[in-house]
Design a protein around this ligand. Structure first.
Ligand SMILES: Cc1ncc(COP(=O)(O)O)c(C=O)c1O
Length: 400
């Protein structure tokens, strides 16, 4: 996820604009800012880019999720259906809202399985939160139909999937709200940043106010603004927004290069009939930040992960054994380890997360390897990488 690979004069110029005015705050100071509104401009550019009615830029993807949950009316005691393969931020945001994460299986898309959601829905379920992992999509049309049918809020965590589409429509725009991250290892970066997109004017107004202590942002005197709601501070600075604005202009060229690099590796790996690939419901809409594939079984996947590392093929993730992205190793979550008591513990019925069984997800994740696709590889580096990858896979499939 390569925004950081391509900093250049474009980012420097946008940041310099901000430094030249000295206005690092995204609101107000109209006179001295010399027309530079980096956060506001980013919001309108991103809304246009993803085809959303509204966008609110904030301090991180995690903040975006917290804002979106609040703005969609999800709070104390509400159940939110989430996948077990995600970054823990998705779960932390649900907990911060006072809501209860309820895990449902993933399928071969590596995202929430639409078929499995119904079995975990209860009368307390308020929302479904699919996470479009590693640059590509869930069966989002089916998940959306399910949510519509059941009257549930659909909130997409598209933090890892900026630029990806399903049937031409941007991920993050299928439900009531969608969230993006611009942290340092995302497709484009602000250094730190995030965004909520929505087509719903009311959700946008709530998000915009919630992220800034409930300010309604009406008028040009901050001290006289109304506060229709309580909120908090999830504001982004103009400096971060400036970096993101330059990066956003590079999104199309980033996607193009990623797709070329991914296709070259995928074509080479596809020569092995033993290897199958992640299901991507609309391959044309893949943002191509990762190549994810399956070995025939867990032991071969473990062997592939370690052999790829030993061969010097960097950034090949075996999520099943990694502390980051899969529920298996989230002991801190399962034990509610937190500096202070979490509000989830006040509920009469708290899921026993340490006993959770997700056999389908375990089976899928235990066979999966995800390889990061970079922009900065030279042709020689890419060719060498492909050679090493195919050598490793040949060794593994031939030895069985
Ligand atoms: C799926 C997912 N959701 C949320 C986040 C949180 O984004 P941030 O790091 O900007 O808070 C991330 C970041 O890695 C992520 O991968």
């Amino acid at each position: 996820m390569p925004g950081f690979e391509i900093f250049g004069d474009e980012e420097r110029k946008e940041v310099q604009d901000v430094l030249d005015t000295g206005v690092l705050f995204r609101y107000g100071f109209d006179g001295v800012r010399k027309g530079h509104w980096k956060a506001k401009t980013f919001e309108s550019e991103l809304a246009k880019r993803v085809g959303a009615g509204y966008c609110h830029l904030c301090s991180s993807g995690t903040a975006a999720l917290c804002i979106a949950l609040a703005a969609c009316g999800i709070g104390a005691g509400d159940e939110v259906v989430v996948p077990p393969f995600t970054f823990i931020a998705t779960i932390e945001a649900v907990l911060s809202a006072g809501a209860i994460p309820v895990f449902s299986e993933i399928d071969e898309t590596l995202c929430l399985d639409p078929e499995s959601i119904e079995s975990v829905v209860t009368s307390r379920t308020k929302a479904v939160m699919p996470v479009h992992m590693c640059g590509a999509m869930a069966h989002i049309d089916e998940i959306r139909s399910f949510c519509d049918q059941k009257g549930l809020v659909l909130l997409e965590d598209a933090c890892q999937s900026l630029g990806a589409t399903f049937n031409g429509k941007s991920l993050g725009t299928f439900g009531q709200a969608g969230c993006f991250s611009f942290d340092p290892v995302k497709t484009i970066t602000c250094g730190e940043g995030g965004a909520v997109v929505t087509d719903d004017k009311e959700i946008y107004a709530l998000a915009d106010a919630y992220a800034d202590h409930g300010h309604d942002h009406i008028g040009n005197d901050r001290g006289l603004e109304g506060h229709p709601i309580l909120g908090t501070n999830y504001r982004i600075s103009e400096l971060n927004a400036a970096v993101g604005l330059a990066q956003l202009k590079k999104l199309d060229s980033i996607l193009e290069k990623q797709r070329l690099n991914k296709t070259a590796i995928k074509d080479a790996v596809a020569r092995f009939p033993e290897i199958t690939f992640r299901d991507i419901p609309d391959p044309k809409g893949d943002s191509a930040t990762f190549l994810s594939f399956f070995l025939p079984n867990e032991s071969q996947a473990r062997e592939a992960a370690s052999s790829l590392g030993n061969a010097g093929v960097d950034s090949c993730f075996y999520w099943y054994a990694n502390n980051w992205h899969y529920i298996r190793q989230w002991d801190h979550f399962k034990e509610f380890k937190s500096p202070a008591r979490l509000s989830i513990t006040l509920n009469e019925k708290v899921p026993e997360y340490e006993k959770i069984q997700l056999p389908k997800s375990d089976d899928i994740m235990s066979k999966n390897i995800s390889m990061l696709i970079k922009l900065s590889w030279t042709e020689e580096e890419l060719a060498r990488r492909i050679e090493k990858i195919t050598d490793v896979i040949k060794g593994i499939v031939n030895s069985k």
